[in-house]
Structure formats: C-alpha cells, structure tokens
Ligand binder design. Structure first.
Ligand code: FAD
Length: 512
C-alpha cells in the first residue's frame, strides 16, 4: 500500500500516538500529513464572554488543548514526523489541503458529536467525489455505539444494566509500537504553522487568582495513569459514591477526564490497565461503582447520546421529561458567578472557573441546586456553563449527566435533593474547601461556614466578612425553595404521565 501515495491524518480528538487506529491506517503510505485545524468555532476569542476565552470554551480548556498539541507535535517529531497546524473553517481548510497535497487516503477518528457529524459529511462528500479513500475508525470509546444500538433493535439501551449486558467485552487497544513514521511531503501553498501560543490566538494571558493545575497532552496523561495504577489497592477498592468531593489537595478520583475528552488517553488502554491491576487483586469492586464501571458510564452516555435525536435539549427529545423550568436570569447569573450565598455551591462554581474540573459529587450538588433542588432554572442553561468552562467538557457525558441530575431522564427520584448546607459539611466539617476557593470566608468559624448568614454580627465582623456586603445573603431559603421544587416536579411528572398516556405509540403512528 505504500507505493508513492500520500495520507492525511486529521486530528480532532484522539491527540495521541498510542492506540490510534487512524494513525495506524494513515502510516501505511509513503508520505504522511498529520494535520490539526484550529477551528474558530471553538477558539476565536470572545471579548463579550463572561470570563476569558471564546464563546464556547474557557481559557483553561484552550490552554489544555494547546499543551496537548505541543506534546503531540513533540511525540510525532520523535518519530520523524511533525504536526501541521492550520487555522480556519475545518472543512474548507481540509479540502484545500487534500487538493494541494494530492492525498490518496484521508484518515480521521469517527466522532459521534453532532458538530463533527455535520462537518465530516462535508469533507467526506468532497473526498468521495475526488476518489480519495476514507478511513474513519471508531476509537474514542470502548465500544462502537452503532453496534450496540443495532444489537438493541435500533434504539440505545437506556439503563446501565441493559447496556452492560448488550455491550460485552470492549475492543482491545492496539499494541503497535512505532519506531518511525513516513515523512511529511512537500507543503505547497498551504498555510502551515507550528502550534500557536495562547497569545498568537489573540488571548491575553489573563491574570487570574489561580489556574487549572492540569497540563494537557499524551505524555502527561500516561504519567498520570501510571501514577494512579501504581496504587493497586486504591484501584481495586475504588467506589464512586464514597469519594470526598471536597478533597482538592489530593482529589479522590483519577482526574483523567480532561485527557479522555481530547483523547490524549485511550479509554481502551485505560480499561486494559485497570484489568491488569484486577488480575493481581482478585478482590475488587465491580460496576457501576468501580473504576472500570466509570469508564462504562462514559460509553453508556456516548451510546445514549448517539442514538437519541435532540439529546441536548428538552424539546423534541423523547427520553426527556417536559418540565416548565423558569427563565430567571438573575438566579442563573448568581449561580454562574458564584454569588448564591451558599458557600458550598459558590466554592464549587469558583473551582469550575479556576480549575475547569470538579469532583463528580460537587457537580451533582450544583446541578441539583440550579435545577430541581432550589432554583428551578432550565438544565440547558447550566449545561451551557459547564460546556464552556469544564476542561473535560464532553457533549455526550455533560448532556447525559444534566439530564440525570435534573431528573429529566435516566434518574427520577426528584424527592432526593442534595442539601447545599449539610451535604458538604458531612465530608468537610471544617470547611477547608470553602476557605480555599472562597477566601472571603477564610476566617469564618466552622460553626457558621456553611451558613454564614446565621453568624451573629460580632462574629461576622471578627471574621472580616459581613454577609450582605462582603459575601451575599442566600438567594433563596433552601427549605421553602426545595419544597416548592418538589411540588412543581410532582405536577410536571403527573402531566408527563397523562400526556404519554394520551398520545400512545399507536396514536403517533396514525398521526404520521
Ligand atoms: P473518575 O472517577 O476517575 O472516572 C474515570 C473516568 O470515567 C472519567 O475520567 C470519565 O471519563 C468517566 N466517568 C466518570 N464518571 C462518569 C459519569 N458520571 N458519566 C460518564 N463518564 C464518567 N464528565 C466528563 O468527562 N465531561 C463532562 O462534560 C461532564 N459533565 C458532567 C456534568 C454533570 C452535571 C455531572 C454530574 C457530571 C459530569 N461529568 C462529566 C461526569 C463526571 O463528573 C466526570 O467524568 C468525573 O468527575 C471526572 O473526574 P475523573 O476523571 O477524576 O473521574
């Protein structure tokens, strides 16, 4: 296959050398063009955004991506290749490159996200019409979502147990070790550059109190994974709901999510590493709570998202309860800007802004609070904030979890509400997490740190934090707000049931 032909490897996610089937296919040629296109859709600075970054991505994620690209370029250079960075509308840029370099084969990882599905059609249409061979292997997930949906009669399984039953054993990672890659061909008139810096992209390297401690890239991902796997007992005893969401000096989970998001780490390789640990530790936890179980959650949501039209909205989404959420922009802003007056909630929102990562149960707390727990704001609005600010921001997983937490789908026990006061206290009675992310409260005695508005004025004065002035009063009373939320959820559920009863599948068929 290597007779004077050129391949173009189009990186989007999958920013790695290990277990990379698209790279495998692309490297069977005489010349290889490894390309990444900086897409203004995600990367163009937005001066009007509520915090530094583009309209779709906070600066933390943009930086993480640039780190990942630098690392990828470095790893490619070790194999005699390099990363070719271009900028602009990806479809236009790609088509120009395919023409200019006389490419015979185009390789890119299959992507289930609607944005990439639409983009891929444009590029594929051009390639097909030009006689270019297309290879688009599935390698972002453990399984091929299309296969699982097919096995289930055309619809995605909607419970974890039925998903596991159908899924079986995941696809194993490739074990190829590259010692070299085909050289890059001549570049012609394409506007290729090195990986740009954050400044090159038009961002000021904003002064922020604290930045994300996580650095992007495959090398960092593999180091982090190895570090986690060394502690075999920890891997074997991992139990998700038991972790401490307020642990920030030594977080309770792997923090591999940002690396999985960009594919700096292969989920299949991660899975295999966990299985290797289990072989030496016969007594270990099992799905859904085990570490292996977490990776299966990821594939569960990918499959549900891929097989559900309008997965990312309430309207037109057949698995989503229709709930009359309110449009209260003021409450929404208070939540987004960490000004709800509930220190546990606000500290988590500050961690989101500063680190671009929070523990799973911390995400639970703020998502429940915004939606069915206290503020009754639409889950899509919270989703948007997470989507922009999380480094691990992932279309399928983020939407799936917002559907879950708002009791719109997957999970329906709307009577179980996280208390914004007692939930955090259980894990962190001294409030160290709050003191770290909300330094304005650092001197508040622990008796009051979760409810500072109850502190006598003398104590507030001594702690140099007057509630209502230095830190806000709570935007709602949790007791009455949560009661009201339960009532509205009850009403909405009853109405959904009635509607579903009225419009049966048969009625729908006769309407068509
Ligand atoms: P670990 O506990 O170490 O788990 C290992 C890996 O398993 C994770 O990296 C992740 O890929 C996967 N995983 C863990 N929990 C889940 C889950 N509930 N659903 C799907 N996959 C999971 N995760 C994202 O990766 N991107 C998102 O955009 C995202 N949005 C979320 C929004 C809300 C409202 C909630 C409640 C959760 C969200 N999660 C999201 C899921 C979860 O919180 C994170 O994956 C996890 O906290 C990442 O930390 P970790 O890598 O240390 O996880």
């Amino acid at each position: 296959t290597s007779s004077g032909s050129s391949s173009l490897l189009w990186f989007r996610k999958g920013l790695r050398i290990h277990d990379n089937p698209a790279l495998e296919l692309a490297s069977q040629s005489s010349h290889l063009y490894p390309v990444f296109v900086i897409d203004p859709h995600f990367m163009k600075p937005d001066p009007n955004a509520t915090s530094p970054g583009s309209s779709r991505a906070g600066l933390n994620r943009i930086k993480f991506l640039l780190h990942s690209l630098v690392d990828l370029d470095c790893n490619l250079k070790k194999l005699g290749s390099r990363l070719l960075v271009l900028q602009g509308d990806p479809a236009q840029v790609l088509i120009q490159c395919l023409k200019e370099w006389n490419v015979k084969r185009l390789c890119f990882e299959f992507d289930t996200e609607p944005y990439y599905q639409a983009l891929d059609i444009k590029v594929k249409n051009f390639a097909l019409a030009s006689g270019i061979e297309i290879c688009s292997p599935v390698s972002h997930t453990l399984f091929n979502p299309t296969d699982i949906i097919k096995k289930n009669g055309g619809k995605p399984p909607l419970s974890y147990q039925s998903f596991i039953k159908l899924a079986g054993q995941p696809i194993p990672p490739l074990s190829t070790m590259h010692s070299s890659l085909p050289p890059v061909g001549h570049l012609g008139n394409c506007d290729v550059s090195e990986v740009p810096s954050i400044k090159d992209l038009g961002y000021e390297d904003a002064e922020q109190d604290e930045f994300s401690p996580f650095k992007g890239g495959e090398s960092e991902a593999l180091k982090r994974l190895a570090e986690c796997m060394k502690d075999k007992a920890w891997v074997a005893n991992f139990e998700k709901p038991k972790g401490n969401p307020s642990a920030f000096l030594r977080p309770a989970t792997t923090i591999l999510s940002p690396y999985l998001k960009f594919g700096c780490l292969s989920s299949r390789y991660f899975y295999q590493q966990i299985e290797d640990v289990y072989k030496t530790m016969p007594k270990h936890t099992s799905p859904p709570i085990s570490l292996l179980g977490q990776l299966l959650w990821r594939d569960f949501f990918y499959t549900a998202a891929f097989g559900t039209p309008n997965f990312d909205r309430m309207k037109g989404n057949r698995i989503c309860k229709q709930i009359p959420w309110n449009d209260d922009d003021k409450l929404m802003e208070a939540w987004r800007e960490a000004r709800t007056g509930f220190p546990w909630i606000d500290a988590i929102m500050v961690q989101l802004r500063q680190w671009g990562w929070m523990h799973h149960l911390a995400r639970h707390s703020v998502a429940c609070f915004l939606t069915r727990g206290d503020l009754f704001v639409h889950w899509e609005k919270g989703r948007d904030v997470f989507e922009r600010l999380l480094i691990d921001s992932d279309w399928a997983i983020n939407n799936g979890n917002w559907l879950w937490l708002s009791c719109s789908s997957f999970f329906y026990q709307y009577n179980r509400i996280y208390s914004p006061i007692t939930f955090g206290k259980k894990h962190d009675p001294n409030g160290d997490y709050i003191r770290h992310f909300l330094p304005v409260l650092k001197d508040m005695p622990k008796e009051y740190i979760y409810e500072p508005w109850t502190a006598p004025l003398t104590i507030q004065t001594k702690a140099k934090c007057i509630i209502g002035k230095d830190y806000p009063m709570p935007v709602v009373s949790h007791d009455s707000a949560s009661k009201e939320c339960r009532r509205k959820m009850g009403e909405a559920y009853a109405l959904n049931k009635k509607l579903n009863g009225l419009v049966s599948e048969d009625d729908l068929k006769s309407l068509r």
